[in-house]
Design a protein around this ligand. Structure first.
Ligand code: F3S
Length: 91
């Protein structure tokens, strides 16, 4: 299982989760609307969820139904090899 960043992160992008993550599995570029968790690297430690000021981070099995698509949003962000490159990005 992994943790998932959801809707409340958009427009806030506090970054505390990224600083707290012990395995550096949270990424995002300056122009991205939010940060993303790589489910293949997440060790399910819960630190990111504890430090997020807007409660945007949930364990995969507890993501609210209205934000369920963020499981794919997070996973897909790393789908091109784990570099954090969004699909179709030329950056
Ligand atoms: Fe977003 Fe919360 Fe991290 S607002 S960047 S998930 S600390």
């Amino acid at each position: 299982m992994a943790f998932v960043i959801t809707e409340p992160c958009i427009g806030v992008k506090d970054g505390a989760c990224m600083k707290a993550c012990p395995v550096n599995c949270i990424e995002g570029r300056p122009g991205d609307p939010m940060l993303y968790i790589d489910p293949t690297r997440c060790i399910d430690c819960d630190v990111c969820a504890m430090v997020c000021p807007v409660f945007a981070v949930f364990p995969e099995n507890l993501v609210p139904e209205k934000w369920a698509h963020f499981k794919d949003v997070n996973r897909d962000y790393f789908a091109d090899g784990g570099t954090g490159a969004p699909h179709g990005s030329a950056e």
